[in-house]
Design a protein around this ligand. Structure first.
Ligand SMILES: [Zn+2]
Length: 255
């Protein structure tokens, strides 16, 4: 039952993420106006706005002008649904972790797509997610009257922020300040689950970034000077650590 709810919630959050991805970079409001076709500006009926299903029924085209609708819309919805389901399978009734992982996964998906498209990491998304993660962590700590989660989150976030700030300071071309702010959020989220997750998450991100970078250079699709967005690697490293962090931490600590 929990899994069904999470899957459906993921699909509808994914639908909201599409709005965020489309509107936030250009500074538009995410709540108003209602969704409309970017081509003919016709407002989209609720029935045509059902995640994934409507796209399939309409054959990927606007009902009014026939302009094709990018596959990215159903892809983002489906991926969010899958991420929420995965969180449900892994964390089931550990509600704090479950909520944290769903929230961070959704936010990081939007951040990644926007970073790939525009080379920016929007302040508003980072700020909102950080506030909600902090609120979630504080309420969880207050409920259990144990504050270690919040302490670890703040430690993880602060250390990550400082390290990324130094990288940004010495290599401003390679690491934008958006990545530094994102690093605080990731350290906060990873640390509040388990402090060891912080280095593991960033290790995976840098490792993945290096591998993909080398492959792109080898294929001639990028040069050493190419600007590559780092947000998606940070996002993938973090989300992977939510699931692989515990086995990786035991490998690391008991070597
Ligand atoms: Zn249209």
């Amino acid at each position: 039952m929990l899994l069904v709810i999470l899957g459906l919630l993921g699909l509808s959050i994914g639908s909201f993420l599409n709005v965020v991805i489309y509107r936030v970079p250009s500074g538009q409001s995410v709540s108003r106006p209602r969704s409309f076709c970017p081509e003919c500006k016709t407002q989209i009926r609720s029935l045509d706005n059902v995640p994934v299903v409507s796209w399939l029924i309409l054959g990927g085209k606007c009902r009014y002008c026939g302009k094709s609708i990018s596959k990215r819309y159903p892809a983002v919805e489906l991926l969010t649904g899958v991420l929420f389901l995965a969180a449900g399978l892994d964390f089931s009734t550990r509600y704090f972790e479950l909520a944290l992982v769903c929230l961070m996964s959704a936010s990081l998906l939007a951040v990644s797509v926007i970073d790939v498209d525009h080379f920016i990491i929007p302040n508003s998304i980072i700020a909102w997610t950080t506030v909600i993660v902090l609120a979630l962590t504080i309420s969880n700590c207050a409920y259990h009257d144990a504050w270690v989660t919040l302490r670890n989150g703040i430690i993880g976030g602060s250390i990550s922020f400082c390290i990324f700030f130094l990288i940004h300071f010495f290599f401003p071309a390679g690491m934008g300040f958006g990545d530094v702010k994102l690093a605080f959020l990731l350290g906060l989220g990873l640390g509040s689950i388990r402090l060891e997750f912080v280095p593991i998450g960033f290790f995976l991100a840098f490792f993945l970034g290096a591998v993909v970078g080398m492959v792109l250079i080898a294929l001639g699709k990028a040069s050493r000077k190419s600007k590559l967005p780092f947000g998606p690697y940070l996002a993938i490293g973090t989300v992977a650590t939510f699931y692989l962090g515990s086995p990786l931490a035991s490998l690391w600590l008991h070597r």
